[in-house]
Design a protein around this ligand. Structure first.
Ligand code: UDP
Length: 244
């Protein structure tokens, strides 16, 4: 592991990558990036590069996994061996199994699961390059992929983290801040419904700091939500223009 830099926030109040505490990393989102999936999305958030692909609703195999009153969401979050500094084994790690569950549970409340009983939707997430906050960027991308697949949804789910580095509450932590900082609070939100679908915390915060971190993450979510909608609009407006 790299050594902890002396300061994560400099005298001017700027972070290691030059961002202000309440600044997101640059974000690029493309809806429908893969032609062979039913729905897909690609996201770059800082150095994170993540692909999400959705298949379904389709028949459930093996059959005993089917539910009589709703569809099943199956999610696989996977990091490519070359996605991190130290080569990661391609076999699923405990962390990836846990994140697959966390991401699935963040997405489920947004989907009208009861519309397609006895079916399944597969959500595949491939992290090509990781630099902190991949669970949040994965949720943001997977939700666009679900919308791109035409799955009936209550709202998009958007995710973002805030946390504490040195003595400052900051938005959208990158890997060094995540590892060397004091706390990390990832959350996921359905903005139109004003409903949280994920809230985690790692580290130590006072209740006041926790409140500031949650509020900052919510602000970040609102900005990313605009980018999500723009990405979907770009794909479907372009498609319409080609058809005309
Ligand atoms: N990471 C790594 N090797 C691993 C797993 C994670 O270097 O095997 C890095 C990666 O940059 C990741 C970060 O650690 O984004 C933080 O991981 P965490 O488990 O906190 O999840 P995330 O913040 O990505 O949602």
């Amino acid at each position: 592991m790299s050594r902890k830099p002396e300061k994560l926030i400099d005298k001017k109040g700027l972070r290691l990558d030059g961002r202000k505490p309440d600044e997101l990393r640059p974000i690029k989102i493309e809806a429908g990036a893969l032609s062979n999936a039913d729905g897909s999305a690609y996201i770059e958030q800082g150095k994170n590069k993540i692909l999400a692909a959705v298949y379904g609703p389709k028949e459930v195999h093996p059959k005993h996994l089917a539910l009589q009153d709703r569809m099943v969401i199956r999610c696989r979050y996977h990091m490519a061996p070359f996605s991190v500094q130290e080569r990661k084994s391609p076999a699923p790690s405990r962390r990836e199994i846990e994140l697959s569950k966390v991401i699935r549970e963040s997405l489920e409340p947004s989907i009208f699961l009861e519309y397609y009983p006895r079916t399944i939707i597969d959500v595949f997430i491939e992290v090509l390059q990781a630099d902190g906050g991949t669970r949040c960027a994965s949720i943001t991308a997977a939700s666009i992929a679900l919308a791109d697949a035409g799955i009936p949804m209550r709202d998009l789910v958007v995710a973002c983290a805030a946390g504490k580095v040195d003595d400052t509450i900051v938005l959208d932590l990158m890997d060094t801040e995540d590892k060397m900082g004091t706390a990390d609070v990832p959350l996921a939100l359905m903005p139109n419904l004003k409903a949280l679908t994920l809230l985690q915390m790692d580290g130590i915060l006072t209740s006041k700091e926790f409140e500031s971190a949650v509020n900052l993450a919510l602000e970040g979510c609102k900005k990313i939500y605009t980018l999500q909608k723009e990405a979907l609009r770009t794909k479907y407006v372009n498609m319409k223009e080609v058809e005309e």
